[in-house]
Design a protein around this ligand. Structure first.
Ligand code: PLP
Length: 394
């Protein structure tokens, strides 16, 4: 049996499982976990909800309550569910291209899309790589254009020693199974704005909290993760697991409240969080070092003032043919890799753009391979990944 490593992972202890069960009975865990997160993100106000996409949706509803503007600027390569949320909120998605330097939104392109209709700009810290120029970008925006930081993939990443999530007017996080803190799903909205906080609390306060049946399903899902985030069991169960891969585009979602069970699990998982972020950083930087001299590969440029808690390491393989071969070769050798979202947003949704627009986003989608960087990836696997990619590119 070849040892297999999933593209996502986290060390989940038995103690975390037990905490989930105790959290189920202790309603105070929700407030405690919310306060822990708010302290970590360095934001005074926060609300927890059932998913990252619900958090984003509620952030938009909150902004809608204080502004009549209707357009939301998004990078052309990011999570498709963001478009679903923008439309559900009755707003219009407007796209801008990305940068091939750090694979994040091209700040200049985003600025050019700002008009009198712009409600907000969504700066997504993709793959865990912080958008390093966010402070300067925010200062250059008109006061009535809001900045939402999407930190779903970047919890634990830092810019000049400050964690992402406190740079925008509002920020959102996700705790789903593929994220840096996979606490049985859920999401959070954070802000330091005394004006936005009551509106955010008002919209989140209208949500109903799902019942015990839902919590039980969440818990069973978490037990599955507990098992599958162990390479031995992942390898054993792989033929079953790969049938459950979900690569479809979401059509809708339901915004609901956050449960005590999730808070109990989240609180316990958070104990190892700092260390896991450092491992993500070290693993990805070791790969960047090993792949750095190879021809035919584009790596993200990581500035010295950034400390990314890489959710995965994104690399672009210049020849789409070689990219396919590298993916096949890595998978054949038990290393879970993925293209993440296979198309840019304007190729998935009809948003009124030609397919040729946003050429960097199109280029990236055709060449992207994301490599695992989570704490379960050992030195041997890192070496194997770079050797296999080197073989394909030589
Ligand atoms: C950048 C980004 N934003 C938002 C979300 C939504 O988070 P969730 O899956 O918790 O709804 C995701 C999830 O994949 C994401 O990657």
């Amino acid at each position: 049996m070849i040892r297999k490593i999933p593209v996502i992972g986290y060390r989940i202890s038995l103690a975390a499982l037990v905490s989930g069960v105790t959290g189920f009975f202790s309603r105070g865990d929700r407030d405690e976990f919310r306060d822990i997160l708010a302290g970590f993100v360095q934001c005074r106000h926060s609300c927890l909800v059932n998913s990252g996409i619900s958090a984003f949706y509620l952030a938009l509803l909150a902004l809608k309550k204080i502004s009549r503007r209707t357009e939301v600027i998004l990078p052309a390569y990011t999570a498709p569910s963001l478009v679903v949320a923008v439309k559900k909120a009755g707003l219009k998605p407007v796209l801008c291209d990305i940068s091939l330097k750090d694979f994040n939104m091209d700040m200049h392109a985003a600025r050019q899309q700002v008009s009198r209709k712009t409600l907000c700009i969504v700066c997504v810290h993709m793959f865990g790589i912080p958008a390093g120029d966010i402070v300067r970008f925010k200062h250059g925006l008109p006061e009535d254009v809001f900045l939402i930081e999407d930190c779903a993939q970047a919890m634990g990443s830092e810019i000049a020693g400050r964690p992402v999530g406190g740079f925008g007017d509002l920020s959102i996080f996700s705790f789903n199974r593929g994220k840096n803190l996979p606490a049985a799903g859920g999401g959070g909205i954070f802000t330091n704005s005394g004006v936005l906080a009551p509106v955010m609390e008002e919209v989140a306060g209208e949500l109903s909290v799902p019942g015990p049946g839902y919590e039980l399903r969440l818990f069973l899902g978490f037990v599955c993760l507990f098992i599958l985030f162990r390479p031995f069991y992942y390898s054993l169960l792989y033929p079953l697991v790969c049938r459950f891969r979900d690569e479809g585009v979401p059509e809708d979602f339901t915004a609901e409240g956050y449960t005590s069970l999730q808070a109990g699990l989240g609180k316990s998982l958070f104990e190892g969080f700092g260390e896991s972020c450092m491992q993500r950083y070290e693993n990805a930087m070791a790969l960047i070092d090993a792949l750095g001299n190879m021809k035919g590969i584009i790596l993200p440029c990581i500035r010295d003032d950034l400390l990314p808690a890489f959710n995965r390491l994104p690399v672009l393989i210049e020849s789409p043919e070689s990219r396919k071969r590298a993916e096949k070769e890595l998978m054949r050798n038990g290393i879970g890799v993925s293209g993440l979202y296979f198309r840019p947003l304007h190729h998935i949704f009809d948003l009124g753009y030609s397919k040729r627009e946003f050429p960097n986003a199109v280029y990236l989608a055709e060449r992207l391979l994301t490599l695992p960087s989570h704490p379960l990836v050992d030195k041997e696997t890192l070496e194997k990944m770079s050797a296999l990619i080197g073989k394909v590119l030589s």
